[in-house]
Design a protein around this ligand. Structure first.
Ligand code: NDP
Length: 475
């Protein structure tokens, strides 16, 4: 671990904390103790409307050829009532329930019962048992990193079925998309509600729980930091990565298969979306150990935001481009296809290199080379709730010297490339870039608020050294 630590007597702790100039006590970093009205309003808005937003997008494709405007026009003109739309919506079926149960169970089995073997033969891949970051309570969790293996096994079986066994059609996901939506919602709500009850009655680590006193906020943002069942079933790692992200590439493959079935060919835009998003997903699993150090695992508590979000929001809305292309098979001109490909690859390059630079820097405690030179950094300190003082470093070299979140900038470029592959006839595929821009901008602000309360004056020195967030010279 990059951070090292020392225990201080309580008086010393408070004095140091005040000296460091933090606006909130440093022992509270990572915990929103007071819920402001804006956060509460956002939470209630999302709890009420996020499921409807997902339904609206998927229904628009199913009933209105992916037009987001036509359903509204129909409703406003009185051509249709809400009940007409609802009655045309496919219901939950036993078949979908069976597929979904089998899918989630299979992913649980891969996660819990098959220890990683990929790290034994893939050079450079970090898998097997790995440590997470220090939690606000000072704990360090161990994780079994076997996501790449789960992804490979799942996809090998998928292709074996599609080309050899033919047990089920590769369009199975598309064909059951709305009935599966109900299953995903049931799991999303069950797991979030269970996580809340668990947080109150049998938390994995009571000192890492966060109670704001506001039911809605706690339900959404979570109480427990790292809820687990047994020693290894970690809710955050499982639900974030699988079933949602493993499913992402399968869902896209199912869309490609549907295009083939409907039109006798797969368009170059569909291939672009499959390949670019496939690279992103594979990158995620190749770097799953790195993922332990990202905000989702390091700082977010597990509630509806992660539980329902991973089960429903991610698989349904991150795959909208492929869904759209089933209804509108766009064949791009060569120049456009190459332009989008290059944008996607540059975005991915920036995303990967920036993330890698921070990971390398933190893993080696700054004893590494960034762009051929010893990295520059700002020394900083913080306290965990048990009163231990830790030391850390914030790098100001490489892409981290250009902007404080240049990894997000690369991510946004890649996201734009997926959307552009769908052409300009409809706005639905552009939801992703709008959403990612809001998500990552909000994430910058959320992360910086947390870092300020964690590092205090040291964080201010860092923001003075690297003044921009996403775009050097602009924002
Ligand atoms: P980061 O990986 O950027 O992690 C932020 C943390 O890194 C900070 O809280 C701080 O943690 C540490 N840090 C900040 N600045 C520095 C620095 N200069 N030097 C060293 N450490 C620093 O953020 P995320 O976890 O949000 O994102 C990880 C990746 O995942 C990004 O590329 C993002 O684009 C992607 N992502 C994708 C999403 C999607 O839905 N597709 C959603 C969210 C993220 P500490 O307390 O340890 O100092």
């Amino acid at each position: 671990m990059a951070a090292h630590q020392e225990k201080k007597p309580p008086g010393e702790r408070n004095r140091k904390s005040a000296q460091n100039g933090s606006q909130t006590s440093q022992v509270q970093w990572g915990r929103a103790w007071e819920v402001d009205w804006f956060s509460l309003a956002s939470v209630i808005f999302l709890l009420m409307f996020a499921p409807l937003i997902v339904y609206y997008f998927i229904m628009s494709c199913d009933q209105y050829q992916c037009s987001l405007i036509d359903p509204l026009v129909d409703l406003l003109k009185g051509n249709k009532h809400l009940s007409d739309i609802w009655n045309k919506t496919p219901a939950l079926t036993y078949r979908a329930a069976g597929i979904y149960t089998l899918w989630v169970t299979f992913q649980v089995v891969l996660y819990v019962f098959i220890p990683d073997f990929c790290h034994k033969f893939l050079p450079g891949y970090v898998g097997g048992v790995q440590e997470g970051a220090i939690t606000p309570a000072g704990a360090v969790n161990k994780y079994e990193i076997n996501g790449l293996q789960a992804w490979i096994i799942t996809h090998v079986l998928w292709f074996a079925n599609a080309y050899y066994f033919h047990f089920f059609s590769p369009t199975i996901i598309f064909d059951n998309w709305i009935p599966l939506l109900w299953c995903a919602n049931i799991l999303g709500y069950l797991v979030s509600t269970f996580a809340m009850i668990k947080g109150y009655f049998f938390p994995t680590n009571a000192t890492d729980c966060k109670f704001t006193g506001n039911f809605f906020y706690d339900y959404m943002m979570g109480i427990e930091f790292n809820p687990r069942i047994g020693k290894w079933f970690d809710f955050k790692l499982f639900f974030n990565g699988r079933p949602g992200i493993v499913a992402w590439t399968l869902i896209n493959l199912s869309y490609a298969a549907k295009q083939q079935e409907l039109y006798g060919q797969v368009t170059n835009s569909m291939i672009l979306v499959n390949v670019l998003q496939g690279i992103y997903v594979l990158d995620f699993f190749w770097n799953e150990a790195w993922y332990l150090k990202t905000i989702d695992i390091c700082h977010d508590h597990f509630g509806w935001y992660l539980g329902w979000g991973d089960c429903v929001w991610l698989p349904y809305l991150y795959t909208l481009q492929g869904l759209y292309l089933v209804y509108h098979p766009v064949q791009l001109g060569t120049a456009n296809a190459i332009g989008i490909w290059i944008l996607g690859l540059i975005g991915y390059y920036i995303f990967r290199v920036t993330n890698h630079q921070k990971d390398l820097f933190r893993q080696t405690n700054g004893n590494c080379k960034i762009w051929g030179k010893k990295p520059e950094y700002i020394e900083c300190s913080y306290m965990s709730v048990d009163g231990t003082k830790h030391y850390s470093k914030l790098m100001t070299s490489g892409f981290w010297g250009w902007a404080r979140h240049f990894n997000y900038t690369g991510d946004l470029m890649g996201s734009l490339a997926y959307c552009l592959a769908c052409g300009f006839d409809h706005i639905l595929p552009y939801f992703y870039i709008v959403y990612m821009t809001i998500l990552l901008t909000h994430r910058c602000i959320r992360d910086e608020h947390r870092c300020l309360s964690k590092y205090g004056k040291d964080w201010k020195r860092y923001t003075a050294a690297v003044p921009y967030r996403l775009l050097p010279g602009i924002f």
